[in-house]
Design a protein around this ligand. Structure first.
Ligand code: ATP
Ligand code: MG
Length: 662
């Protein structure tokens, strides 16, 4: 067995840092292994140590693939592996299914009919494209028979893709009220697919779809990857959908690859997006040689919080029964249930209590406020701001979703992929007197010129825009902007073979867009600062393509913010999966808010069970202190609604919590 490299940390003492159940999983030789265990039992830790173990056994980092629920989770796990075992961890591929798919497709997308440098459409781009198609195909709508909104068409399509059904099946099963529009919807979807290919773009779902296509249709790529990855490891396996599962089985389909998945059926909370908890239940059937590991010790929470967690999930019938023993000793805090007269006083309680806790020396980073829906956080946001308590919010509008940031990014996208219609239209919309129609004409002119030039020399990036675009018809009033736009595009690639860094590019575009920012948006100064920050952040980004992939992946998949020690975290429960804090507040625990009234009214037991699992995920994030709060009235003054406590609270056995007054 090769020893550690000179200067690398000594091999960790696996037996001392893991319990017997975890150690057995970490050191297994089984080709297929499932670790199934409750929250806080060290599943993620087991996976992390497993990677370190493999490296310590001489498996090269580049032969390991780690699939996680957020890119941040992968980064943290690999940092930990690095600290355990040394720099070999740097060559491991780790990230979300989408980001790994993107990484592989960047090399092979041409085999699927795409061209180099494909663009990833984010939700805004998708909506814009869909809006245009709805207008085109269903322009004349009667009030009595309105056509579904672009957002609805996109959700339907995404649900179909992620559940592995056709859109027609999904329409009939989940959107029966829209069946009367089936024909037009079909035309729109066909056009949507065509436009994406024409503009050399993939939407988020396409990353998975195309990855699966690539692996199933191109044996040489599949064999190459099966040969490369000796070990595939998956965290949060309970929330994989059919495409992700297919991607895993194709990658592991050879005779050598080892697969280890870890998960907890009680934490499956993404069925509304196509996740299938059955994957975990069926694992042993699919892989009859699978070894199954169970961990029955909880390291995260004090016993009182663990009792609440167990009681919360006991309400569900469909589950693998797991008994968790607490390792930690009790502390002086009983979990608290806190009724407040209304949502404002609820928020005031949360802010005041956080202030006290921080006064006692608990840093903000150890405190989280969790909620079912993003808008539940509004009062808490305002109250924390009023009390000067810093917070970061992982559920709201994110940096790259902001209009002015997208304007800047559009230039870079167009530079990298001249066929990117979305980016072109976004830029054209900043010119005076350019509406949909003239933007469309300009686009046709631009595209024709680019295509002609790219066909004659496909490998050479575009330059000489002024000359190239001579024939494009542009409204007179927009001419000066058009000229200046072409000059900026030229400046972004100043000479053959010279590449500016992404940070330098951003500065150039910032200058170009300055007048637009002043005229189009309020709070110019803050927006300017955002762009400044963007170019600072990009300082060490090597290439434009890296940057654009990251933007698209960041703004879509996970809402990841860099840690700041003093900041309290505000997060939806969905975004809090896998994480832990010393102190957790779960707010808006009123019947109708959580569980949501739509689920209550629908009376679907399965949906209600998913709400219960969501509550379970929320309470199991807490290590030391747990506060469960709800407003008796929601809304301000005359527009308020009486709200009884959530059934999740009323069904908790007495004696497991204390009732506090706010
Ligand atoms: P979740 O289901 O929420 O994702 P998990 O099962 O992945 O939880 P981890 O996050 O890996 O659990 O572990 C929970 C906490 O317990 C972490 O702080 C981890 O470091 C700690 N822990 C786990 N196992 C051990 C151990 N053997 N010794 C000490 N601490 C441990
Ligand atoms: Mg975990």
């Amino acid at each position: 067995m090769p020893g550690p490299l000179p200067g690398a940390p000594a091999v960790p003492d696996f037996a001392a840092e893991l319990n017997d159940e975890q150690l057995a999983a970490v050191q297994t030789h089984a080709r297929h292994a499932l670790v199934i265990a409750g929250a806080g039992s060290g599943k993620t830790r087991t996976l992390t140590y497993r990677v370190a173990w493999l490296l310590s056994q001489g498996v090269p980092g580049w032969r390991v693939l780690l699939l996680t629920f957020t890119n941040k989770a992968a980064r943290e796990m690999l940092e930990r592996v690095g600290s355990l075992i040394g720099p070999e961890s740097g060559s491991i591929w780790g990230g979300t299914f989408h980001s790994i798919a993107n990484r592989i497709l960047r090399r092979h997308a041409e085999m699927l009919g795409y061209r180099q440098g494909f663009t990833i459409l984010d939700s805004d781009d998708q909506r814009a494209l869909m809006r245009r198609l709805v207008k085109l195909h269903a322009g004349k709508q009667s009030k009595a028979n309105p056509f579904p909104k672009p957002e609805v068409l996109l959700s339907l399509l995404s649900l179909a893709v992620n559940t592995g059904r056709t859109w027609e099946e999904t329409l009939a099963a989940d959107y029966p009220q829209l069946c009367k529009h089936e024909e037009t919807i079909g035309q729109i979807y066909a056009d949507y697919a065509r436009r994406k290919v024409e503009t050399n773009a993939m939407d988020f779902d396409d990353l998975l779809v195309n990855m699966v296509r690539l692996l199933s249709e191109h044996e040489e790529v599949r064999l190459h990857l099966q040969e490369r990855f000796l070990h595939v490891l998956v965290d949060e396996y309970q929330d994989t959908n059919v495409l992700q599962e297919r991607m895993i089985s194709l990658l592991c389909g050879g005779s050598r690859t080892h697969l280890m998945v870890v998960g907890d059926d009680a934490q499956s909370i993404y069925s509304w997006r196509g996740a299938r908890v059955d994957h975990i239940f069926d694992f042993s059937r699919r892989y009859p040689d699978a070894e199954v590991f169970k961990i029955e010790t909880n390291y995260r929470s004090v016993p009182a919080i663990l009792e609440i967690s167990n009681a919360a999930i006991a309400q569900n019938e469909r589950q693998f029964l797991k008994v968790l023993r607490p390792v930690r000793a009790a502390n002086k805090w009983m979990p608290a249930v806190v009724p407040a007269p209304d949502n404002r006083t609820e928020a005031q309680f949360v802010a005041r209590r956080i202030d006290e806790l921080m006064g006692q020396g608990i840093p903000g980073k150890d405190i989280a406020v969790l909620y079912r829906a993003h808008f539940h956080s509004l009062d808490v946001q305002m109250e924390l701001t009023r009390c000067h308590i810093p917070f970061r919010i992982t559920s709201g509008l994110r940096f790259f979703e902001q209009a002015h940031v997208k304007d800047v990014v559009a230039y870079l996208r167009l530079l990298s992929n001249p066929r990117d219609e979305m980016a072109f239209r976004r830029i054209a919309a900043t010119f005076p007197r350019v509406g949909e129609v003239s933007a469309g004409k300009m686009w046709q002119g631009w595209l024709a010129a680019c295509e002609a030039r790219l066909q004659s020399a496909p490998e050479v990036p575009l330059r000489g825009y002024e000359e190239l675009m001579r024939g494009v018809s542009v409204p007179a009033l927009a001419r000066p902007n058009w000229q200046s736009f072409l000059a900026t595009m030229e400046a972004l690639r100043p000479e053959e073979g010279v590449e500016l860094t992404p940070a330098e590019m951003v500065r150039l575009v910032q200058k170009e867009l300055d007048a637009w920012f002043r005229s189009a948006y309020d709070n110019y100064d803050e927006r300017w600062e955002d762009i400044e920050q963007l170019s600072r952040t990009l300082a060490d980004m090597p290439s434009l393509e890296d940057f654009l992939s990251q933007v698209a992946l960041l703004s879509e998949a996970d809402r990841e913010v860099e840690p700041d020690d003093d900041c309290v975290t505000l997060s939806t429960i969905h975004q809090a999966k896998g994480l832990e804090w010393k102190v957790v507040f779960v707010i808006f625990l009123g019947e109708g808010m959580f569980p949501h009234y739509r689920v209550i009214n629908a009376g679907d037991a399965r949906e209600l069970e998913e709400e219960t699992r969501l509550f379970y995920v929320a309470v199991t994030r807490a290590q030391d202190q747990l506060y469960l709060t709800y407003p008796r009235y929601n809304g301000h003054s005359y527009d308020s609604m009486y709200c009884p406590p959530s059934r999740f609270l009323t069904s908790l056995p007495q004696g497991l919590f204390e009732v506090w007054s706010e």
